[in-house]
Design a protein around this ligand. Structure first.
Ligand SMILES: C[S@@+](CC[C@H](N)C(=O)[O-])C[C@H]1O[C@@H](n2cnc3c(N)ncnc32)[C@H](O)[C@@H]1O
Length: 338
């Protein structure tokens, strides 16, 4: 099993997604025996609210098939970056698929792109970046936390994508992205507490022809400082956006409306239409007497947005670095005034 290519039949060593419901999925490594807390090798049995799964029973099953649990059943799915984001072991805060989709689009990635990322964190975004740029592109991902680097590297090997990614332990704010990646990047992505400190290093890492930059920050003050640094370094087309997911619930709503005048009649003969019974597109009408003329009760099926939109994850700031020759012609911009 590889996150880069699909296959049909589950084998020993694969990572699979056990799907119990849309809100209950688990990533499982298909190993017949695992170590218990006492460090003894025991049979690998995965417990779910619908009973136990003997993990070895997955070997030979087809991805997408229904598998038996001791008190129910589940589906066993091929992993994808989206499913991995929902099931991965968290070492840090992670970026989720709605933001990831904007990041990939704004970085203008395609197969063959070279992209730099920092920090690696839990590798949620990294898996999506790899799928985008493979088979001829490369992801260089940096984190200053040694253990996170080690775990991410092991996961990339496990998921058979390590040929597309280089993981390095490095403080990119203090020491930049390093000599190996000078002038190689088509795109740079930052998910750091102080992204503005890494902006000059991003310029060094980008190709002579320039490239795209995106930074993810939860606070607007971080965005302000990053935008100042981007402007000072010659970036253009700065744009900050927020991805808010809006779920519409489908409901039948009732509304009391004054009937529309009948415009087919000359003005002095116009009567409000009423009296009920006339159907409207997608709804029903019934007449209602009362002061100010007959009103109509109109029932219609509609998508209702939530009253408020919680779920701020972060701001995404995107910018373009022009080619080097164009940058030298520009006079340095003034810093943004407070
Ligand atoms: C929020 S996490 C990134 C999560 C990641 N985008 C994901 O989707 O899984 C931020 C990471 O940046 C790393 N970090 C913070 N400052 C850094 C720096 N100056 N250089 C390199 N890594 C840094 C942290 O160790 C942490 O792992």
């Amino acid at each position: 099993m590889s996150f880069a290519n699909y296959k049909s039949v589950i084998e020993q060593g694969d990572t699979v997604i056990l799907y119990l419901s849309v809100n209950n999925m688990h990533a499982i490594k298909v190993e017949q025996r695992i170590k218990n807390k006492k460090n003894e090798m025991v049979e690998n049995v995965f417990q779910t609210p619908y009973g136990a799964l003997k993990v070895k029973s997955l070997i030979g099953q087809t991805f997408g098939s229904k598998v038996a649990l001791s008190k129910g059943w589940a589906y066993v799915l091929h992993p994808t970056p989206e499913l991995w984001t929902l099931t991965l072991p968290h070492r840090t805060q992670i970026i989720y698929t709605p933001d990831i989709s904007i990041i990939l689009f704004q970085l203008e990635l395609k197969p063959g792109s070279v992209v730099l990322e920092s920090g690696t964190g839990s590798g949620s975004l990294s898996h999506a970046l790899i799928r985008c740029i493979k088979p001829h592109g490369h992801l260089y991902t940096f984190d200053f936390h040694a253990q996170r680097v080690e775990v991410a590297r092991a996961e990339f090997e496990d998921h058979l994508v390590s040929e597309y990614v280089t993981v390095q332990q490095r403080d990119v704010c203090q020491t930049g992205f390093g000599p190996d990646v000078k002038g190689v990047a088509d795109a740079v992505f930052l998910d750091l507490p102080h992204p503005w400190e890494a902006v000059p290093h991003a310029v060094e890492a980008m190709k002579e022809k320039g490239g795209r930059f995106v930074s993810f920050s939860p606070c607007i003050e971080q965005v302000q400082r990053t935008c100042e640094a981007l402007a000072q370094q010659g970036f253009i087309e700065l744009q900050t956006m927020e991805c808010l997911q809006k779920e519409l619930t489908v409901q039948t709503r009732a509304m009391s409306v004054l009937p529309l005048p009948d415009f087919s009649q000359p003005q002095h003969q116009q009567q409000p239409r009423g009296g009920g019974g006339g159907g409207v597109a997608g709804g029903e009408r019934a007449a209602e007497g009362g002061e100010g003329g007959a009103r109509e009760q109109c029932r219609f099926l509609t998508g209702v947005p939530p009253p408020s939109l919680p779920g701020h994850t972060g701001y995404l700031t995107a910018a373009s670095l022009p080619p080097r020759w164009a940058r030298t012609l520009r006079s340095p911009p003034q810093p943004l005034s407070a």
